[in-house]
Design a binder for this molecule. Structure first.
Ligand code: IPM
Ligand code: MN
Length: 365
């Protein structure tokens, strides 16, 4: 299910309704907390398929479009895995991204000091890694035409897809990546396969042209196979990575593992206008469904990205992030990030601990 919400017109009031039903007796500084949020929940993915027969009902897309930001839980499950393509939960997600025009997907992968030991990489390799993958999200081979099933001239059955990018599509994602890199450490690595693919040759040319207008940007290019290797060999060399839809899909999963668990990582998808889409980068983990084992932190951190990139509420975003860090400092860990000496908790308890921590920030706000 998906919760989409619209920011109230009187957004700078003193009521926080992130924790529904909770009354705050002291007024809080609007610069820190004055965000009032109204929630509505809509179906998509498997739940929508079961209820309506389609993975993204019109009504859901309309409601999402009409809101200020969209927070999405993970989708997918065994039950729908063998559905025809247009009836897969994943298709609903692609329709939602396209329908909202959210072409820029920001996927941070930062190794928290508290979780260095959860990384599969050696401490000295993982420690201090702080990467932002900027993935193009509404173009490339995911959407390119022609696509389909056919037969070749030998009469053999084929499946085919098209990797295609237009100059405006490359330019707009390059601009987002440059902006992101300038707010970070100014290093931008564009990942492509320009030694083989025409779409990548054009990509490289445009990224080079656009970045040359920014003397404070240190631009480099890397082939995707090498980038996959470098991410494991020496991830600290990366700051911001910009890449196409499919390479970004693959590399962001890889980058996530450096941090210890994909269960920690949020994402933000934004377009030129309209609401952004915020979702954890992990899937629905159907193998542990209903067992209270999943790590809720990626979704909680996605809500922080929603506040920052979707609503411009930087302080509110920081409060959530600080609460997550503090909860980790208290030693609470779900199974995916557990290490000896920490306290193993379930999904629900982890969420409660973060809530408790957010509430306790009242005193310092
Ligand atoms: C992701 C997912 C999706 C993608 C799938 C579920 C369609 O893997 O968000 O990374 O490939 O984009
Ligand atoms: Mn993926």
């Amino acid at each position: 299910p998906m919760a989409s919400f619209r920011c109230s017109a009187s957004a700078r009031s003193y009521n926080i309704t992130l924790l529904p039903g909770k009354q705050y007796d002291e007024p809080l500084s609007p610069s820190t907390t004055g965000v009032e949020l109204r929630f509505q929940e809509k179906l998509m993915g498997g739940s929508a398929l079961d209820a309506t027969g389609v993975p993204l009902p019109e009504e859901t897309l309309a409601a999402a479009r009409d809101s200020d930001a969209v927070l999405l839980g993970a989708i997918g499950g065994y039950k729908w895995d063998n559905n025809e393509k247009h009836l897969k939960p994943e298709t609903g997600l692609l329709q939602l991204r396209a329908g909202l025009g959210v072409f820029a997907n920001l996927r941070p992968a930062a190794v928290l000091p508290q979780l260095v030991d959860a990384s599969t990489l050696k401490r000295e390799v993982a420690e201090g890694v702080d990467i932002m993958v900027v993935r193009e999200l509404t173009g490339g081979i995911y959407f390119g035409k022609p696509r389909g099933f056919g037969t070749n001239d030998k009469g053999e059955d084929t499946g085919f897809n098209t990797e295609i990018y237009s100059v405006p599509e490359i330019d707009r994602i390059a601009r987002v990546a440059i902006e992101v890199a300038r707010k970070r450490r100014g290093k931008l690595c564009s990942v492509d396969k320009a030694n083989v693919l025409e779409a990548s040759m054009l990509w490289r040319k445009r990224v080079t042209a656009l970045a040359s207008e920014f003397p404070d940007i240190e631009l480099s290019h890397m082939y995707v196979d090498n980038a996959a290797m470098q991410l494991i060999r020496n991830p600290k060399q990366f700051d911001t990575i910009v890449t196409n839809n499919i390479f970004g899909d693959i590399l962001s999963d890889e980058a996530s593992m450096i941090t210890g668990s994909i269960g920690m990582l949020p994402s933000a998808s934004v377009g030129e206008s309209g609401p952004g889409l915020f979702e954890p980068i992990h899937g629905s983990a159907p193998d542990i469904a209903g067992q209270d084992k999943a790590n809720p932190l990626a979704t909680i951190l996605s809500a922080a990205m929603l506040l920052r990139y979707g609503l411009g509420e930087e302080n509110a975003a920081k409060r959530i992030e600080a609460a997550v860090i503090e909860t980790l400092n208290h030693g609470f860990r779900t199974g995916d990030i557990y290490s000896p000496g920490t306290t193993l908790v379930g999904c629900k308890r982890m969420g409660e601990e973060v809530l408790k921590t957010v509430e306790s920030q009242k005193a310092v706000a």
